[in-house]
Design a protein around this ligand. Structure first.
Ligand code: GRF
Length: 220
């Protein structure tokens, strides 16, 4: 008698720095909370600490330095080819600090996701925590979303929400939001791998009645 195992989803993670979200995904896969295998971690920076996290977990890594390419299009084309070599089911941006060309996004659309430290559509771009404070927002958080050609504008999959407290600093807010990120990114990837949510007609479509349905918002 032969035993058959369901093939685990293949995930490629792109980073530029610390990689704490990568770590959350590595840990969730190791705990079997996501039936997936991170098959490759790619960084555009050789000094990204996340590369060490990947190596410690036995995950193959690659560095593709954007500064060695003539322009953004050339880098993105090489990056897309490198990603495709490992035939991933999902391409996960985890603190990958590059604006991607529409050509790159189109190549992976529907299986390309990102995490952003704000409750999109509020505060796309950088310095989101200081901007949430300046705007006197009462709530702040993080969003996992499908990537579409317009930066930080793709449909949300899951958001993590926290209250902005009195006397809050951008640093304290950032720390709480980061904790939320580490919760919602594994939840989002698990939902995608389970087929509970998918990208359709420019929207994040949830399968109704799917027991693997993950919450679309969680609150700190
Ligand atoms: C996170 O805040 C994420 O939302 C943003 O970049 C940061 C990456 O942090 N896209 P880390 O490298 O995962 O610690």
């Amino acid at each position: 008698m032969t035993t058959q195992t369901t093939p685990r989803a293949r995930v490629c993670v792109l980073i530029s720095g610390n990689g704490s979200n990568l770590q959350a995904l590595i840990d969730a896969c190791a705990r079997h909370e996501i039936p997936a295998e991170i098959i490759q971690v790619i960084s555009n920076r050789a000094d990204a600490f996340g590369l060490q996290r990947a190596q410690k977990a036995g995950i193959p890594t690659a560095v593709l330095d954007h500064r060695t390419f003539a322009d953004r299009a050339a880098f993105d084309a090489a990056l897309a080819d490198l990603i495709s070599q490992s035939q991933p089911d999902w391409v996960v941006l985890a603190g990958f600090m590059r604006i991607l060309t529409p050509e790159f996004v189109q190549r992976f659309i529907g299986k390309l996701i990102n995490i952003h430290p704000s409750l999109l559509p509020r505060h796309p771009g950088l310095n989101t925590h200081a901007r949430a404070l300046a705007a006197e927002d009462t709530e702040h958080g993080a969003t996992v979303h499908f990537v579409t050609p317009t930066v930080d504008a793709g449909p949300a999959i899951i958001q993590g929400v926290c209250a902005v407290q009195a006397e809050e600093s951008a640093e304290s807010l950032q720390a709480r939001v980061h904790q939320l990120e580490h919760q919602i990114y594994p939840l989002a990837l698990a939902a995608l791998v389970a087929g509970a949510v998918r990208y359709e007609h420019g929207q994040a479509q949830w399968a109704s009645g799917n027991p693997a349905n993950a919450p679309r918002q969680i609150f700190a």
